[in-house]
Write a protein that binds this ligand. Sequence first.
Ligand code: AMP
Length: 220
Amino acid sequence: MRLILLGPPGAGKGTQAQRLQDAYGIVQLSTGDMLRAAVAAGSEVGLKAKAVMEAGDLVSDDIMVRIISDRIDQADCANGFILDGFPRTVAQAEALDVMLKEKGLKLDAVIEMEVDDGVLVDRISGRYTCGNCGAGYHDHNLKPKKDGVCDRCGGTEFVRRADDNAETVRSRLQVYHDQTAPLLPYYRARGVLQSVDGMAAIDDVTGAMKAILEASQGID
Ligand code: AMP
């Protein structure tokens, strides 16, 4: 099963991708996580990406397309993957179409998470992840069952993203509307876009996504 999750920063793409990963044994491919790992490792890509990410801008299409193309070829993607944060521009979507065709792969679904801008700054500024396994949490909406202990791995160290501050969030939302929202008509015109209410409870959003995936016939 292969799918794209679309939606603004803070829509809950990462949270839902983790749930779908656990439910279907497919891999979450978060380009944001990959870039953060590259920054932490000080690699060539990381050095190029750091300032761009801190400003809330987009890393170049060339770099992103290469990262995803290489990642999809790895053995753990054979069963399927969830694209979380890619594509983010129409040029990336076009490159993805070509890439999948060349690799003989088809998408099963493109799912948009619809969320009002008004809640996004609060959602993003409250979020944090387990420093060990990356499980996502939120100060108000999604706390670990035991305070200070990760539900998934028992880790006790948590981290917040450098770009999850109010000022950068506003730039990221603007970039989303200018550069990523045009993907909605791109996929809608091809009759493959499905939407879920990203304002609903987390479990309900997962349920709506599973219903879409289980009814999916694949996308040519
Ligand atoms: P995310 O974790 O998806 O919110 O991504 C964090 C940051 O990484 C974004 O604000 C961009 O600077 C960069 N980034 C992630 N994915 C992409 C992409 N597909 N194209 C360009 N930049 C990206």
